[in-house]
Design a protein around this ligand. Structure first.
Ligand SMILES: Cc1cc2nc3c(=O)[nH]c(=O)nc-3n(C[C@H](O)[C@H](O)[C@H](O)COP(=O)(O)OP(=O)(O)OC[C@H]3O[C@@H](n4cnc5c(N)ncnc54)[C@H](O)[C@@H]3O)c2cc1C
Length: 421
């Protein structure tokens, strides 16, 4: 593939380092460690291109899926991790290849509004926010960011807005988050495309199968994101050259190489936590349901971010407003609440009272703690560090060079392309 074709296929993902051992593609047997979306997508993509290669996928827990999970109960459906995907053709290609196109649709166009609560006041996010940002300073900071390694707080000159931005993606404060990782096309990390950004976007748009997304439109899958993982698992189970092994806690790439009698360069490690200085944010996820009348005053929208350490809730997502497919029984509304443990006294009643106060609506019909999730920390300088890493085996997944599912699905495609003969 020539350089322009590669950029059209992968877009700004090309800026992110691919930590692949150059000898990986020469393997006739590979072991992928971790059966989250990264491991599943790598196994699927490589096995599609090379059905002659033996692929083992080993997973520590009792079931594949990783951090992605969807809770279902009596007509309520709530994702605990990712619930919708932003546009990238690699994700659309995966959905199409898995024959999930009929279940994959844009999120509702009347639920795009987002709010942010700053100093107790709710603001709608929109073009007017630019005036709170000091555009001149913003431009100066963006120029400085081209040297690499800055935090998001060092670029966006309004701490509350910067925090809202990073909270919405990694549930961390902006001074703790690497700008190169979150916005590499703005900091100009890595290679630049051979054509202008606008032209590239236009060329990429023509490659989307299923439907062309709108500019900032998201899309989601019927039944929640678990549908994607479950489909990948059943496709992989059908392939004679792939085996998924659960309840297997891999110690290190070297231990895998010894156990499966393969060279270390035939190992793909997709689990977070392999770096010496690995750190993570822990949060609990709550589902809250009301009947429509009780919350009639809450406008339809995507959700609200709360960059305020005095409030235990960092974000509220309007799950039943967002998705094209049903997420709650008729006449109800479902909200998902994110609760970072660094802000919470661990008493569920404080969350219930906080929601009732923010919504001005008492007695939810559903109030359920769905469980804990962990998000890797991406300290300033993270992506530069990844770029310089020596790779005994290959590393991918959300702790490496991209936090969103579009990044990891695209990385799986890029890794599989190396196997093409
Ligand atoms: C609350 C929340 C909200 C999110 N929202 C979004 C969003 O809106 N948009 C978006 O794009 N993304 C979002 N994400 C991120 C997205 O869910 C992740 O990018 C993606 O699911 C990560 O997949 P992965 O396979 O890289 O990692 P994981 O899912 O973490 O998978 C790693 C797997 O490795 C296994 N493992 C670990 N150690 C070992 C070992 N030693 N041996 C064997 N196996 C091991 C684990 O059990 C796990 O199954 C969100 C995540 C969370 C938690």
């Amino acid at each position: 593939m020539n350089r322009l074709a590669t950029w059209i296929k992968h877009g700004d993902e090309i800026r992110r380092p691919l930590l692949v051992n150059p000898k990986l593609a020469k393997s006739d047997k590979i072991v992928i460690v971790g059966a989250g979306l990264s491991g599943l997508a790598c196994a699927y993509r490589i096995s599609e291109i090379r059905p002659d290669i033996e692929i083992k996928l080993v997973e520590k827990s009792g079931a594949p899926g990783g951090v992605i999970s969807t809770w279902h109960d009596a007509g309520w459906i709530c994702d605990l991790a990712v619930n919708a995907v932003r546009p990238h053709p690699a994700f659309w290609r995966l959905v199409e290849d898995l024959q999930l196109a009929k279940k994959f649709k844009p999120t509702n166009s009347d639920a795009t509004a987002r709010w942010v609560i700053i100093n107790g006041k709710k603001h709608k996010l929109g073009k007017n926010m630019i005036f709170k940002l000091n555009p001149l300073k913003l431009i100066q900071n963006i120029r400085k960011s081209r040297d690499g390694g800055l935090s998001v707080a060092q670029i966006i000159p309004n701490k509350a807005i910067a925090d809202a931005f990073t909270l919405g993606i990694v549930n961390d404060t902006s001074d703790n988050v690497d700008a190169d990782l979150l916005i590499p096309s703005i900091t100009k990390f890595g290679d630049n495309p051979p054509v202008s950004k606008r032209k590239l976007k236009r060329m990429m748009r023509d490659t989307y199968p299923i439907f062309k997304p709108t500019k900032r439109g998201l899309a989601s899958i019927e039944g929640g994101m678990k549908t994607l993982n479950d489909t990948l698992v059943s496709e992989l189970n059908r392939k004679p050259n792939v085996e998924i092994i659960t309840n297997f806690d891999a110690e290190s790439p070297l231990s895998i190489s010894e156990k499966f009698s393969i060279p270390i360069e035939s190992v793909i490690w997709t689990c977070p936590g392999w770096q010496d200085d690995y750190d993570q944010t822990t949060l609990s996820i709550f589902a809250i349901g009301y009947d429509k009348e009780t919350v009639a005053d809450i406008p339809k929208g995507y959700g609200t971010l709360i960059p305020d350490d005095n409030i235990p809730i960092s974000g509220i997502l309007h799950e039943s407003d967002i998705h094209h497919s049903k997420r709650c029984p008729d006449g109800m509304r479902l909200f998902r609440i994110m609760v970072p443990h660094r802000r919470w006294d661990m008493d569920e009643m404080s969350i219930k009272l906080c929601v009732e106060r923010l919504f001005n609506a008492k007695d939810p019909l559903l109030f359920k703690n769905l469980g804990e999730k962990h998000i890797p920390s991406f300290k300033p300088g993270h992506l530069s560090k990844m770029k310089g890493l020596a790779n005994d085996c290959s590393y991918t997944g959300w702790s490496v060079s991209g936090v969103s599912i579009t990044h990891i699905v695209d990385q799986a495609e890029r890794i599989a392309e190396l196997f093409q003969r």
